[in-house]
Design a protein around this ligand. Sequence first.
Ligand SMILES: NC(=O)c1ccc[n+]([C@@H]2O[C@H](COP(=O)([O-])OP(=O)(O)OC[C@H]3O[C@@H](n4cnc5c(N)ncnc54)[C@H](O)[C@@H]3O)[C@@H](O)[C@H]2O)c1
Length: 426
Amino acid sequence: MRAVVVALGKMGLPLATYIARAGHEVVGCDVSAATVDLVNAGQVPFPGEDGLDDALAQVVADGRLRATTDTTAAVADTPDLVVAVPPLYVDAQARPDWRNIDAACAAIGRGLRPGTLVSIETTVPVGTTRSRVAPELEAASGLRAGSDFHVVFSPERVSSGHAFRDLDTYPKLVGGLDADGEARAVSLYRGFIGAEVRPMGSAEAAELTKLAETTYRDVNIAYANELARYADRLGLDLGSVIEAANSQPYSHIHRPGVAVGGHCIPVYPHFLLAGDPSARLPRVGREINDAMPSYAVDLLEAALGGSLQGATVLILGVAYRGGVKETAFSGAAALRDELRARAATALATDPLYDDAELVAAGYDPWPVGAPVDGAIVHTDHEQYRTLGPADVGGAHVVVDGRGVLAPEAFAAAGVRVLRIGRPDRA
Ligand SMILES: NC(=O)c1ccc[n+]([C@@H]2O[C@H](COP(=O)([O-])OP(=O)(O)OC[C@H]3O[C@@H](n4cnc5c(N)ncnc54)[C@H](O)[C@@H]3O)[C@@H](O)[C@H]2O)c1
């Protein structure tokens, strides 16, 4: 098989490498010349993806993967499959900015020849493949979807950091605009996906599945967060309550925490709501999860005597989750804004970001060791599991928003560690 992968980001590059590693000929396309140059040199442009450095170097050296900025030319070479995973950015209210998708469709469409199958993997609101992507490809190519070429939707379901493992494990869902396109896509995906490839019957079913699974997580975490606030009032350890509840096979309660961040989980409930404004749970879940950073600041404020005015507070971790260099919709920004709103100085540190990167992301870097009054652990970085009381700038109180610290070590040094949904052991 010959494949083209459009957009060599954290999803597209592992996928392009994975397809090439399975023995196929792959051309990767990106609008960034710097990304294309790095990929052609066998180098991964971003850190943290398990196994990607070696695999990419290998497939580039073997000539099975090359990269280009010319998407139209790559598609005009009539590959069997074009997979497109350009990022769909959203504004602060999670409304889509369609420019990347539209530009990718226009570039693909201009090169499209009869017989090629186009698969969209970017997460989109239900109906996007049929009512936006297919017409754009038709307009740019002058061809007809369903007869000259096929379009399907196949959600990217992997987590960055574990793309190869997840591609080998999670069923690959494929939904077409019609039965022929779907069958062709299933057969192409079976040529390289290690896991089950599952036909969904329609593009809309595949689109909705991705929104359903991600919104489930957001709503579930919101439930855990509500339970945590209740457990805090009761003085109960919610961790052991959840563990006990989940020992019954129909209970799958997630963990509470200071924030739900990233491109996906806080955003896709809004895609669902855009299609179904009458839905209530996704909206309430978002409200609950969005309120958690301010709840964490409440805990700190109460422990520091009821006011944060003039206090200096350290935010530990700006990445939205541990080990991933990504600040999209990170709860650290909400913590910073909440602290500033209460007249505190918010400083930030993160093992994945240097000071210039912190400033660029909108944070005031913590001069390591500088004294602070309190601290909030925002990110579950592995490095934070071994933090001790000497590593937090002399803070008297630390709110551990992810439950990663060992509180005993802090208690021995007279530092209070407050955890969400866990009793204060100090
Ligand atoms: N990152 C994740 O964990 C994750 C998980 C599941 C699904 N997804 C989906 O994957 C999509 C992409 O996410 P990502 O993390 O790979 O993004 P990313 O920001 O890491 O990379 C995006 C890449 O796309 C390139 N690009 C932008 N517009 C383009 C265009 N028109 N043509 C060619 N290249 C273009 C950029 O230069 C960049 O290299 C998301 O919108 C989401 O739907 C992401």
